[in-house]
Ligand binder design. Structure first.
Ligand SMILES: [Mn+2]
Length: 317
């Protein structure tokens, strides 16, 4: 057995599952991508880059790793997209019940389907905040409902889906798309009205699915289909910070890192993005008093009171 991976090169005592508030599930699946392959290499590149990152976050004045970040066993199921989605679903659901803050790293975007299902079954009135260059609203693609091109179709039917940064889609997806809840890249480029508008449309509980190709290829060229005209770093973080401050983010995934061995900067960006997101989630100076009280009552879980599960549900696993 190879030694277990550690995010950010953090001290081992902060990687222990029992005490960790944050779990990170690697799903290096790349079974359905259409153009450049390589999303299966994303997780390793992300971890390697993370080891070079400084662990104090200036903006939140925090060292979030002290909440514990435990990497779960990699989902290796790749016999079919359906089987992979099911494996992700089961693992994520179990971790939600264990009151962990569940995060995932892809792999390609089809890995989100099982995660989103586990979250909308576990939390009332879930918003799925989808950042992506692509609409991903196809009901089926190349004969499968579990293709990356279908990543948020199920979310569109079962959650409050809000889409940010879209700049590529098929005309058929217009039938599924809720235009009131879509902020296209060309609109985002004009002014920043979209940030507050999108947040106003969110329910309290939010799951974020972050396809790295939402970012501009000038800063994120390492994706399967780099579309020009994407979001830049600071505006992306400004928006995410607002979302984490104003809503109860219950989990997130980051997908579609397709690493390039001669340019490590995008891998580092992905690592930093992940760390920023957990820093926003856990930085105590951002908490309202009420939230802080709830947080202290639920040492392991800042959101357990909002979960649909009763304690006895736990026995099913
Ligand atoms: Mn995409």
């Amino acid at each position: 057995m190879s030694s277990p991976k550690i995010f950010g090169g953090i001290p081992e005592k902060f990687t222990k599952y029992d005490k960790a508030k944050i779990v990170l599930l690697p799903v290096p699946f790349d079974g359905t991508s259409t153009w450049q392959k390589g999303a299966d290499k994303g997780f390793d590149a992300f971890i390697e880059a993370s080891e070079n990152m400084e662990l104090y976050d200036i903006e939140t004045e925090s060292e979030v790793y002290k909440n514990g970040i435990s990497i779960l066993n990699t989902i290796t199921e790749n016999s079919s997209p359906v089987a992979m989605v099911e494996a992700v679903y089961k693992t994520v659901k179990k971790q939600i019940k264990c009151n962990k803050f569940v995060t995932l790293f892809g792999g390609e975007h089809s890995i989100s389907i099982g995660a989103i299902r586990a979250f909308y079954e576990s939390f009332d009135n879930l918003t799925v905040l989808h950042l992506d260059a692509h609409a991903d609203l196809r009901k089926e693609y190349e004969g499968s409902k579990y293709n990356h091109a279908c990543a948020v179709y199920e979310a569109s039917q079962n959650t409050n889906l809000i889409q940010i940064g879209i700049r590529s889609m098929d005309v058929s997806e217009k039938l599924t798309m809720d235009f009131e809840k879509v902020y296209f890249a060309h609109e985002i480029a004009q002014d920043d009205f979209w940030m507050d508008s999108a947040i106003e449309q969110m329910t309290e509980n939010v799951f974020i699915t972050f396809d790295l190709d939402v970012l501009d290829p000038s800063i994120m060229p390492s994706t399967g289909t780099p579309e020009p005209g994407g979001l830049l770093w600071n505006e992306t973080l400004e928006f995410l910070n607002k979302v984490f401050n104003e809503k109860n983010v219950v989990g997130f995934d980051i997908v579609e890192l397709c690493p390039n061995s001669t340019n490590k900067a995008p891998d580092f960006l992905a690592a930093k993005l992940y760390y920023k997101m957990i820093s926003y989630k856990f930085s105590s100076n951002k908490m309202t008093e009420e939230y802080e009280e709830e947080f202290n009552d639920n040492f392991h879980s800042p959101f357990s009171k909002l979960s649909k599960f009763k304690d006895n549900d736990y026995d099913k696993f």
